[in-house]
Design a protein around this ligand. Sequence first.
Ligand SMILES: Cc1cc2nc3c(=O)[nH]c(=O)nc-3n(C[C@H](O)[C@H](O)[C@H](O)COP(=O)(O)O)c2cc1C
Length: 331
Amino acid sequence: MERPLVVLAPLAEVTDAAFRAVAFDAGADAATTEMVSAAGLVRGSRNTPPLLERLPEERGRPLSAQLYGHDPDELAEAARIVAGLGRFAAVDLNAGCPMRRIVANGDGAALMRDHALLGRCVAAMARAAAPLPVTVKTRIGTDPEHPAAAELAHVCEDAGAALLAVHGRYASQAHAGPVDAARVAEAVAAVRIPVLANGGVLSAADALALLRATGAAGAMVGRGALGAPWLFAQIKAALSGAEPPPPPSPAERAALAKRHLALSLAWHRRLRERFPESGGPDPETAAVLDFRRHLFHYFRGLPGSAALRRAMGLASTVGGIVAAIDASFAS
Ligand SMILES: Cc1cc2nc3c(=O)[nH]c(=O)nc-3n(C[C@H](O)[C@H](O)[C@H](O)COP(=O)(O)O)c2cc1C
């Protein structure tokens, strides 16, 4: 059997091109954009094209573009647009987001309530995106009274999905609580297409345990990689039977965080260049604001992290953040 894949999960407002580049450098095999509105894409909303940009530092690594919606025709049109961009390895359908505003609109996790509609959406996207593969990210069901992992997997496979990612929680759990690996295993056993198992991977040991319990073709890692991109290298080492490398030293973390910050600035400069009319703060301010979501995670639990957090709250420039990191950790 081939080595299982280790994939970065989509995290809205977190897994932008800068973070993806860091994750790819650390060994992630593939990644997914954050979810993008099919309606927004088709109707020309100015918010959507930036979500489908890439950075050269991602080095052309496999990235799928994730769409959300519930109208097969609209999703098909959006999939056609994504395929036409020529920069994605796949188009993914979000059939798992539990956020109220998404579900109330019939999107995300709402698709798990209507299997026939889910199948029509996947089939329409697969026809429109061909030869680009269409994949689906879903869950083990809407709530524990309605486990549906195997059925959902069947529906997606029959409709032409090339791969599934299954988050081992119910939509009713949102992103907390136990991951039910046995239910993910039901999805794996139900279909011939590869299934990635997702949920709760915070260490290489977690990834091995999830893969063992599910028989999945790969592990998809979300929050565990936040401020800890080295988790990908640790998981890959463990998969090859080696001892996972230890977490980086504080000075190594400082270097990684500064690289991530530099990429974030490059990312916002690129967006400003490509979409000068899109408004919003200047690239440096945007990078600083974005990076506040990441920086603390790099130093979580280390002595000095509380002081860094305070300094970071005051810093309003890239130079200010670099100085705060250097003062706390670079030596
Ligand atoms: C802040 C946040 C944003 C997320 N955004 C998305 C998204 O855009 N698309 C998606 O399919 N899942 C999204 N998810 C779900 C994650 O991809 C993943 O399924 C979930 O976090 C469980 O994996 P983990 O335990 O490894 O984090 C999001 C989760 C979080 C916490």
